[in-house]
Design a protein around this ligand. Structure first.
Ligand code: NAP
Length: 256
């Protein structure tokens, strides 16, 4: 192939699982991957939202899988549904996540377990299932975990969220160490402050909103579209020698 026609970001013919594809960052990343050529297996616990129509409008297939990632019981069904519908798997985006807020002095076990189960335990077991498929298929694969600024910083009143997202960063490195030799790239994206349902409470609080905005060098909240380029990069041949990295997409927040 002539160099001038080679596009290292082309995902034509690839199949990607995106968890939490119905809304927010997951919906944005599912659309970006579809626009780069991927068929999308969208994992949602309820209605898939507008994502199927947007993926199909981009000329790609959307396969809907209903699953609740608060339990790892769903993992085999998700992989099975993807492979049955599409015949293969190339990319996993571990995006689904939740947050619970309380003072550390009163933080409860339910709020600890609920967040760790979705944000860390299911992330690991979905990655394990995807990597087993990649190794069995041959030809490698791409795993992209969604981390956070609280993979790098402590935060406040979000004990289980910080623990889970710090865990995502460490797990991303560990899995990269074990699976790079199989041609499996494991990386993460750490979004900064993005305008989604996850951050609605912060944006509704005028004081917190002002504090956050004044600290973001780019001067604005991020949007789901801001993850389009990064997720396509980490899902594509353009990042074949990138392993174990957590890429901050934060408008410069961590540079302060
Ligand atoms: P969001 O709008 O609240 O979306 C979260 C997604 O996760 C939704 O699709 C949600 O499904 C899904 N989900 C939650 N619990 C689930 C479960 N038990 N089983 C299956 N799906 C489940 O939040 P977002 O901002 O797009 O967040 C996406 C990811 O980015 C999360 O991992 C979050 O921690 C991370 N992140 C967000 C920000 C930010 O500023 N927004 C910053 C850093 C990291 P439902 O719609 O059914 O609830």
């Amino acid at each position: 192939m002539a160099f001038s026609t080679f596009n290292p970001f082309d995902l034509s013919g690839k199949v990607a699982i995106v968890t939490g594809s119905n809304t927010g960052l997951g919906a944005g990343m599912a659309l970006a991957l579809a626009q780069a050529g991927c068929d999308i297996v969208g994992v949602c616990r309820a209605d898939p939202g507008e994502t199927p129509a947007r993926v199909e409008a981009a000329g790609r297939r959307f396969v809907e899988v209903r699953a609740d990632l608060s339990s790892v019981a769903a993992v085999d069904d998700i992989l099975g549904a993807a492979v049955e519908a599409c015949g293969r798997l190339d990319i996993l985006v571990n995006n689904a996540g939740i947050i619970r807020r309380d003072d550390a002095l009163t933080f409860g076990e339910d709020d600890w377990d609920a967040v760790m189960d979705v944000n860390l335990k299911s992330v690991f077991f979905l990655a394990q299932a995807a990597a087993r498929r990649f190794v069995a298929q041959g030809g490698g694969g791409k795993i992209i975990n969604i981390a956070s600024m609280l993979s790098f910083q402590g935060g406040i009143r979000v004990a289980s969220y910080t623990a889970s997202k710090s865990g995502v960063l460490g797990l991303t490195r560990l899995l990269a160490n074990e699976w790079a030799a199989h041609g499996v790239n494991v990386n993460a994206i750490a979004p900064g402050y993005m305008a989604t349902a996850n951050t609605a409470a912060l944006r509704d609080d005028a004081q917190r909103n002002g504090e956050i905005l004044s600290r973001i060098p780019a001067g604005r909240w991020g949007a789901p579209d801001d993850l389009a380029g990064p997720v396509v990069f980490l899902a594509s041949a353009a990042s074949d020698y990138v392993h174990g990295h957590t890429l901050a997409v934060d408008g410069g927040w961590l540079a302060r």
